[in-house]
Write a protein that binds this ligand. Sequence first.
Ligand SMILES: Cc1ncc(COP(=O)(O)O)c(C=O)c1O
Length: 347
Amino acid sequence: MQNELLALARPEIVAMSAYRSARSEVAKGIVWLDANENPWSDGLYNRYPEPQPYSLVSDLATLYGLKPDQLLVTRGSDEGIDLLVRLFCRAGQDQILICPPTYGMYKVAATIQGAAIVEVPLLKEQGFALNLAKMLEIWQPGIKLVFLCSPNNPTGNLLAVPDVLSLCKKLNNKSIIIVDEAYVEFSASDSLIKYLDDYPNLVVLRTLSKAYGLAGIRCGVTVANPEIIQLLKKIIAPYPIPEPIVNIASNQLSLNLIEDQIKIIYQERDRLFGFISNLPFVKKVWKSNANFLLFEVSSSKKVMDICLNNGIVLRDRSSEYNLNNCIRVTIGSPVENTFFMEVLSRV
Ligand SMILES: Cc1ncc(COP(=O)(O)O)c(C=O)c1O
């Protein structure tokens, strides 16, 4: 890694020797007497799993067009967020920069780590675009990480690629730019992974929780240059990926359901968009590049209550910056969406 980038990480993490778990020391053997496990394998799971299961890492590298040393598999991308904050931010000294309204875990991870939060809100009147000029104006050396989310949760818009790349370039050697692409498969845009070699301070977060339908197995991927990945491996728990996850993930990926499902999500997103836009109590619906829609109503509480009384659970985003009376609805199955529309028409 360039020395300047290495200098952004917490010096004590760069200097420390990682814990060497039994399976990270020797991966091949016949008689395993190194990890104090139970020798009987009736339950199939008597052995610790590989720290970064080889077959899962190679499946994900193929899926995202990466070399295996450019990715780290984590317990959901939430763990990637947490590890990045712990790697780069010194408690009481460093900060992260976020652009609200956005995904809540960046703030939570920073607060847990004792890192302060600097906010430069998205520009609501410009479709929640980045305020690039303001971000550069307020930047100062304590800001180690910039968290961007594209498509953004909960607003659903893509951030302009030239804005993101310009930020990477201008803050090269100064900050790590993390682009959370949890919803990118639902969007009209390619992943920024293809820019990884050109922008050493770019980190991309991906997940199997959304388009791949595997939220229940907690499988996220942090994509970065190999030196950052090496440092993250020092601080991740010794055996984060449970053995059964590997097979579940590779089976699901081999089924290749995603294309057909995304086509249906697109149709349903359009159908819901049209319906919600025409309701008298709806003030605005935002165009979405994700598998959800954000809409503003006269009273979010009233809509939430009526939906919940009919068993429909939505997310009231009123407490988020600039989103008073805004509700986020996930695009469900066609049957679920039809029921949701019926209930909405009764409001
Ligand atoms: C933008 C964004 N990033 C990350 C996550 C967390 O995903 P995972 O299930 O991979 O931890 C979510 C979950 O809703 C999200 O909306």
